[in-house]
Design a protein around this ligand. Sequence first.
Ligand code: ZN
Length: 247
Amino acid sequence: MPTYQMRALECPLCGTTSERSVAVSIDAGRSQKTRQEIMQGRFQRFECNYCGHSYVADGPLIYIDFQNKHWVGVFPRQWEMSWWQWEHEPGAAFSSSMLETSPPVVRSWAPGFTIRAVFGLAALREKLLCCDAGIDDRALEVVKLDLLRSSPHTLFSLDGRPRLVDATADELVFHLVTSLDEWPQISDEPQRVPARVRIARQRLDEMTGSAWQPALSALSQGAYVDIGRLMICDDQPRASETLATAE
Ligand SMILES: [Zn+2]
């Protein structure tokens, strides 16, 4: 079961605040139902008591999968515009919980964990899909970069970022927007359906080749592994990057 906490949530449409019980940490091994809700876009979807608008509570929370060794900090989507302030937090929480204050048996589980910071539940869903399909999320982000660069009808913007929605042994399927009007389609709004773009899964292997190495390393410098890393910049010098993988 997830660990819950009461939080005051503000309706993004009318601003009415409501107290809701929301998850602050999810243990994937004990929360298969929760994982299913996340994958189906149903997790923590609330209706405003005043105007009836449907919205999601997208963190902050921590998602832990001991079996697959994933430690994901999930932050509200709006916080992505200052991702450098948040991406170190999952790593710090991991160190504190798994290394510094834990008994030896817990410390023995720590090697090999992948630590990520994501913004919004759609981004978490994509990471879980990568996990299920055995996809290296760093290579996936390079594929997206190439997709944006090479598709004539896409927007090279944050709003136009492709989102992986399915993966087979041969194909990667992305949701892709081609105009600003379609922006809500890649958010957590389920009622609108964006274009589906299929590309050969083999592209993932090509992205680990030397030609794409600079992009791969630029996208893998911290726990926030997303092409937003290259698109959203701050003017201030950042603290040293956090390790994305615990050794
Ligand atoms: Zn409302």
